[in-house]
Write a protein that binds this ligand. Sequence first.
Ligand SMILES: [Zn+2]
Length: 222
Amino acid sequence: MRKINQIIVHCTATRPDWWENKSINEQVKEVTRWHLDRGFSDCGYHFLVSRSGEVVQGRPVEKSGAHAKGHNSDSIGLAMFGGFGSDADDLATEHFTPLQLAATYDLIRKLQEQYGVKNENVIGHNRISSKSCPGFRVQKWLSGMKLSEATASKPERTKPRQSKTVKASAATIAASAGTAVTSLSGMNENAQYIILAFAGLTVLFGLYIMRERIKAWSEGWH
Ligand SMILES: [Zn+2]
């Protein structure tokens, strides 16, 4: 078995609805025909991923592919159907379906594990050629996938109104305002003004504390 150091991602540069009524096997056969016409001995890619996320093998992995000039001997080439008219810096989701991207991601991880390919050696064709293929930056896409996986496993952040410290501040404000209002009856006018001013200050101070706590919460202290 040859040593595999790289996984190179391609697209077939076909339109999204290309041969949509045909099976993935027929689609792969058609791509293989193009490659045979170009003088290749077999399909240039080792794996192809359909729009609905099916994975079909092209050329056996034991054999060098014909997909990336100068990199064929130690790489696996996989291609996703689609990518017509894409630019190198587009988003993966602009040209490929979620099912297709998920299947491609799984395939890449499986191949990495099986052949010991490092993360930094999973690249798009556009990293080693002037082509836009596969129509997005593979390294960037993969690091985005890792990030979303990491955040998905963390517990959901509590909302401000559910935070205990913020709730306590709100209760304090309500209580002081309530006390001030109930003690107003039966007092002379001057005392009422003083109490009202005091209650106002308490509310303002309470709001200030609450604002600080919300700020602290939003910075992660909760
Ligand atoms: Zn390519």
